[in-house]
Design a protein around this ligand. Structure first.
Ligand code: BV8
Length: 231
């Protein structure tokens, strides 16, 4: 049982990574079967690749749309959404792009790395959302292309999202990190902001991570089993 109980805290942030959706069947990035083990992001998931071969980049992202569309939020996503409804101040800051927190009913979600379901036309400056899987109308009549609204390596994170996420993290008294390897910056540095402001930090991950030393409590197990021990 965990000696930390969520209801003993007032301002709670759940900081999630790909491990949050592992039990939904969505592959993680760096573990066994990880996405970046199978695909070189420089060929399929970065601005330069998109500029030189948008069709190839869309083929990769449509594979991911179809694969995620076959999966569903798990017990862990549902529990976080329920806690957000029940408690006064719960915020979810996610590195995930699958939209499963929202699909499970969560409202206050900051998507640090964008969304698989959002698209944008940088030339026209427009943002849209489509759950088509696959999304085939990526070449626009204007001759421009819809781009996945995803923060790729080398992209700046979206300032408004970072501002909201950092504000919640700096004001929290409990940060629970779930399913992240803590290697991608600037996101990986965010939990330290909470620590510097005196928050209690809990890490839920079956494995030791690059940032485990930051955490007051580490729960070594899968999210759906470890989260209930915090109730
Ligand atoms: C930036 C998009 C400023 C979504 C991703 C050189 C050139 C350019 C940049 C850099 C550079 N060197 C360093 C950088 C910065 C770079 C970076 O940090 N690189 C790292 C790898 C060294 N960061 C950036 O580029 C960021 N932008 O810095 O802008 C800038 C600009 C120009 C030049 C310099 C700086 C943008 C980062 C965003 C990258 N986008 N993907 C997509 O395509 O899918 S990366 C990818 O990593 C995802 O976004 C993912 O969210 C993120 C983090 O991964 P995790 O979520 O932690 O997943 P992972 O698989 O790693 O771990 C899963 C964990 O779950 C494991 O620990 C496992 O044990 C655990 N687990 C498994 N099962 C369970 C579980 N846990 C609980 N329960 C379970 N059941």
């Amino acid at each position: 049982m965990s000696q930390v109980k969520i209801r003993d805290f007032k301002n709670i942030v759940f900081f999630t990574g790909a491990g949050m959706s592992a039990e939904s069947g969505v592959p993680t990035y760096r573990g066994k079967g990880g996405i970046w083990k199978e695909y070189n992001y420089e060929e399929y998931a970065c601005q330069a690749a998109f500029d030189s071969n948008p069709e190839k980049v869309w083929e990769f992202h449509n594979k991911r749309r179809e694969m995620v569309a076959k999966c569903a939020p798990n017990e862990g996503h549902r529990l976080l959404a329920q806690l957000e409804k029940e408690l006064d101040n719960v915020t979810i800051v996610t590195q995930n792009i699958d939209g499963f927190h929202q699909k499970a009913g969560a409202q206050k979600v900051f998507e640090l790395h964008g969304s698989l379901w959002k698209i944008r036309d940088d030339k026209e400056g427009i943002l849209a959302e489509t759950f088509d899987a696959p999304f085939t109308a990526f070449k626009r009549e204007t001759g421009t292309y819809w781009r996945p609204h995803i923060v790729w390596f080398g992209d700046m994170l979206h300032a408004d999202v970072v501002e909201g996420a950092v504000q919640a993290i700096q004001n929290c008294d409990l940060l629970v990190s779930i399913g992240t390897s803590g290697v991608v910056y600037p996101a990986a540095g965010f939990p330290d902001l909470a620590k510097k402001n005196g928050a209690t930090l809990v890490e839920i991950n079956p494995q030791e991570t690059a940032v485990s030393h930051l955490y007051d409590i580490t729960l070594r197990g899968p999210a759906t089993q470890m989260l209930p021990t915090l109730l």
